[in-house]
Each structure stands twice: as structure tokens, then as C-alpha cells.
Design a protein around this ligand. Structure first.
Ligand code: PMP
Length: 282
């Protein structure tokens, strides 16, 4: 199995983590997950642009262009014979004696990327998933796709222990996002999702979903909504790279709408699937 290390394609056994890698010690780094369908990268430019944005936000200089990264990721996918799956990539601020302040002079960032097979989960997409409501305890730069995921992890673990798929987080009474997904509601046929502020990650799937709404005349607005609105919504759905559009059928044991995936959600699932086929083939 091949991986990318600092711009070179190597085998896994050639990669090791230094105990003083700042990603390992501080979570001082950023990451992306890109979906591969039919051996093709879905919305690669959008993900790689966001990676560069995240890097900029944490003042990390990356010596790669989007074009270089994309062509090398394509090479990795080919070498690994990956048809359906994901690419995980991360960049840390590098290896340096432990000290909170940035290394001075700066050291080279450590960039790794690898692939993982993943088949489209038809089962969950059909049935929908159960969720819990959870207070959003994360920091105030959730727009950065940073390696610091403790808040997300603690929320997801609570969901897992409740036998649920996802934790829907709320801050000051407003719903922000899932622990690893964006969340939208449908009320009287209109979609509402949190605006792309510092309080959420502006998901690429969220952006694709909103574009599909626009192109297909499905009304939507990017505005915060309360936990009460969430619980009273006709439909609730998640979006994300590995889940596409996923219906939520339960929140804290209470049914969403009729307790089955709603019509608008199902329409969006179909539109999203069609978009994947359009970009990556059937
Ligand atoms: N929010 C969070 C916190 C996430 O981790 C993710 C990624 N799974 C998303 C939203 C969805 O982002 P994307 O559609 O780019 O995968």
C-alpha cells in the first residue's frame, strides 16, 4: 500500500511519526478527506482549496500548489488501485523540540496522505440515522479543519454510547453542526442550515447540496436555527464527504416528522447521487 510523505510516494513502512511532531503533541496541523468514486476524486479542487485556507488560518506555509497535490493524489489512487474510497491527508507544523510557540526558524511541515476503501452505504442512506443533541463545547474557530478534534470526539462518543450515529451540537440555543457533519432542517418545504461562520466547518458537501438546491429551485436559507426549530422540523438531514446526504429520523429518542426519511431529503439524496455520477461516472 502506497502513501504520500512530503511530496513523495512511498510505502507505509517508510513512514514513522516523530514523538516531537507538533501534530502528535499539540494537534498543530490541518487535514482533509476527499471522496473517490470510480477512481476519480470528487470535488478535489474545493477540498484542496479549503486545505490551503486552513493552513493559512493557522499560519502554516505549505510548499505545494493545488495542481501538484491533485496530480499526486491521482497517482496515489492509481497506484493503490482505489476505485471507491477516501483519501485522508494531513499537514502538521513539523518536528521541533516541544515548545508551544512556532519553531524558529520554521521547520518543514510534515505532509502525509493515504487511501482507504469505502463503499457507498445504501443501508443507512435508506433508513436514516438516530442522533442526540449535545452542547457544542468546541473552540471558536470551527471553520478551520484542524487536527484538534477533542470536542468533536467527545460528542461523537456520547452519540455512540447512546446507540446513535451522530451528535447534533448547539451553542447558546442555536444548532451549529454535527460532530463530523453539517446539519440542515426542512420546515414547510424550505431548507435551513447554519451560515458559514467561525462556528461551523463550511462542508464541501454542504456547498454542493446548496448549489443543487439553487439549480433545482429548492428554497433554502443559510441562517441559524434553534434547538426548538430542530425538534419541530418536518425533516432533518446531515451532509458530509463520507455520508453524502443522510436523513436523521430521531433526535434524543424523539421522531423527526413521521420518523422516516422525508421527501425533500430523498430528493436531495437523488440530486447528490446524480452529481457524483455527473462528475465521476456511474
Ligand atoms: N463538520 C465537521 C465538524 C466535519 O468534520 C465535517 C467533515 N466530515 C463536515 C462538517 C462536513 O464537511 P465535508 O462535507 O467537507 O466533508
Amino acid at each position: 500500500e502506497k502513501m504520500i510523505l512530503n511530496g513523495k510516494i512511498v510505502v507505509r513502512s517508510d513512514i514513522s511519526v516523530d514523538v516531537e511532531d507538533r501534530g502528535y503533541q499539540f494537534g498543530d496541523g490541518i487535514y482533509e478527506v476527499i471522496r473517490v468514486y470510480n477512481g476519480r476524486l470528487f470535488t478535489a479542487t474545493e477540498h484542496l482549496s479549503r486545505l490551503l485556507e486552513s493552513a493559512k488560518s493557522i499560519r502554516l506555509d505549505l510548499p505545494f500548489t493545488i495542481e501538484d497535490m491533485e496530480s499526486q493524489l491521482n497517482e496515489l489512487v492509481r497506484e493503490n488501485g482505489l476505485e471507491f474510497g477516501t483519501i485522508y491527508m494531513q499537514c502538521t507544523r513539523g518536528v521541533s523540540p516541544r515548545n508551544h510557540a512556532f519553531p524558529a526558524p520554521a521547520v518543514n511541515p510534515v505532509y502525509v496522505a493515504y487511501t482507504k476503501p469505502l463503499l457507498h452505504s445504501q443501508e443507512l442512506a435508506k433508513t436514516g440515522v438516530k442522533t442526540i443533541l449535545e452542547e457544542d463545547i468546541r473552540w471558536l474557530r470551527c471553520d478551520i479543519k484542524s487536527l484538534n478534534l477533542l470536542g468533536n470526539i467527545l460528542a461523537k462518543q456520547k452519540a455512540a454510547e447512546a446507540g446513535c450515529f451522530e451528535a447534533l451540537q448547539h451553542r447558546d440555543g442555536m444548532v451549529t453542526e454535527g460532530s463530523s457533519s453539517n446539519v440542515s432542517i426542512v420546515t414547510d418545504g424550505k431548507i435551513k442550515t447554519h451560515p458559514a461562520t467561525n462556528l461551523i466547518l463550511n462542508g464541501i458537501s454542504r456547498q454542493v447540496m446548496l448549489r443543487l438546491c439553487k439549480e433545482n429551485g429548492i428554497p433554502y436559507s443559510e441562517e441559524p436555527f434553534t434547538t426548538d426549530e430542530l425538534l419541530a422540523a418536518d425533516e432533518v438531514f446531515l451532509s458530509g464527504t463520507t455520508i453524502e446526504v443522510l436523513p436523521v429520523i430521531q433526535i434524543d429518542g424523539q421522531a423527526v416528522g413521521d420518523g422516516i426519511p422525508g421527501v425533500v431529503t430523498r430528493k436531495l439524496q437523488k440530486l447528490f447521487r446524480d452529481e457524483v455520477i455527473k462528475q465521476c461516472g456511474p
